[in-house]
Design a protein around this ligand. Structure first.
Ligand SMILES: [Zn+2]
Length: 403
């Protein structure tokens, strides 16, 4: 199993990142400009010049003809789709996607599946990005990596940086839960706290531009998606959902969303499945958010606007929108759903009573499902997947006291 071989090699100082030989470079998701293989921490240089940052996606010479390598396990099964073919692995991916018939009955839909990303090594979907991002940092010759985080991303990156032997710095705000603080500091990473989200980005910009830190996350305002070597890892969530549904039709995926790395990754993954002929049409992707941001952009406001709000759902907080999130929703005929906190708290307990203990932000996907049914956008003939992005053990008993 390649993943285990890599772990041994890494521990003994012999790990060698291996780029995908089919990788030609990267393409802008907005203007379609093409760039050679390199680091573009601020996204597409052309779009940036116009004040509208846009993410880059990998350009592969010839797309693979098979979905998965059956000899491998977990995320490594899909390595031929990713910028790196071997990476610093802690066993990410391979999370369960299970049907909860009783929940489907309550929700008046045909079937509901929970994709439980809380089963990843650090307990969230962020591990699928962190493994590739730290690998890129190593390959590009960096000894230190930095990221802005409200919790899950920081805990994930700190863990993978530790395994890779990289110095790590996580920049957060005073509202960071002590559970995440402990998880980050336990790895030996440095945790810096600044006043607010936008100040985090200014600090990371300075560290990236002046002090040779590898930035794993956005530091622009308006923002761009996370690192373009790491982001493609999220397409594997779509691959796994497809495989676990065994070809059954899928109508909707509900995704707790902030800046849209995950919903973009799902869009890319399902698009690749469609090109392979595995699915006839893309499932609708629904971004679930705690206050209107993507929703306002879909209604006509500029994506570069500011959309402030407060919420206890820290993992999907923030005041900004990315182009990638809007693209993913529009291209699949989905929508943005705004959910209220009281209902999400109720649904966190409801989910647990059905067998999935997920963090508060993850439960927003169940609340979003109820909204879609109430609005007539999903019916008794539809199958939906709810993405549980993170584990419930990360929530404090007093969660909700801070924004
Ligand atoms: Zn561009």
């Amino acid at each position: 199993m390649i993943g285990d071989v890599d772990s041994v090699a890494l521990a003994s100082g012999r790990f060698t990142p291996m780029l995908n030989p089919e990788l030609l470079g990267f393409t802008c998701i907005a203007c379609a400009a093409e760039f050679p293989i390199a680091d573009y921490f601020e996204g597409c240089p052309h779009c940036l010049a116009y004040g509208a940052p846009a993410s880059l996606r990998p350009r592969i010479a010839s797309e693979p003809s098979i979905l998965a390598d059956a000899r491998q396990l977990r995320m490594q099964r899909y390595a031929h789709w990713l910028p790196y073919q071997s990476w610093v692995t802690l066993g990410e991916g391979g999370t369960s996607c299970v049907s909860l018939p009783a929940l489907a009955g309550e929700g008046s839909v045909k079937a509901v599946y929970i994709k439980n990303e809380g089963q990843n090594p650090s307990g969230s979907h962020k591990d699928r990005v962190s493994c590739l991002t730290v690998t890129r940092a190593l390959d590009a010759g960096y000894g230190q990596i930095v990221a802005a985080s409200s919790g899950n991303g920081g805990a994930s990156l700190a863990l993978y940086a530790a395994a890779a032997g990289l110095d790590c710095c996580i920049v957060s705000t005073p509202s960071l839960s002590p559970i995440f603080r402990q998880a980050i500091e336990m790895t030996g990473a440095e945790l810096l706290t600044v006043t607010d989200s936008l100040e985090r980005w200014a600090l990371i910009a300075d560290m990236a531009r002046e002090q040779h830190w590898f930035p794993a996350t956005n530091y622009l305002n308006p923002p761009v998606g996370s690192n373009h070597f790491g982001l493609p890892g999220l397409a594997t969530v779509a691959f796994e959902i497809f495989e676990e549904l065994h070809g059954r039709d899928l109508d909707a995926v509900l995704v707790p969303t902030s800046r849209g790395d995950l919903i973009w990754g799902l869009y890319v993954g399902f698009s690749q499945l469609q090109r392979l002929g595995h699915i006839a049409q893309l499932p609708r992707l629904f971004a679930v958010e705690p206050y209107p941001r993507i929703k306002r952009v879909l209604e006509g406001e500029p994506v570069t606007g500011s959309f402030p709000g407060t919420t206890a759902m820290a993992s999907i907080g923030g005041s900004t929108v990315t182009l990638q999130a809007v693209h993913a929703v529009r291209a699949t005929g989905g929508a943005a759903i705004v959910v209220d906190e009281h209902s999400v708290r109720r649904d966190q307990a409801r989910l647990a009573r059905h067998g999935c203990y997920a963090e508060l932000s993850s439960a927003a996907s169940l609340t979003g499902l109820e909204c879609l049914v109430a609005e007539g956008k999903l019916s008794s003939s539809d199958t939906a997947v709810l993405i549980a992005t993170s584990n419930g053990y990360k929530d404090l008993a007093t969660a909700g006291a801070s924004a």
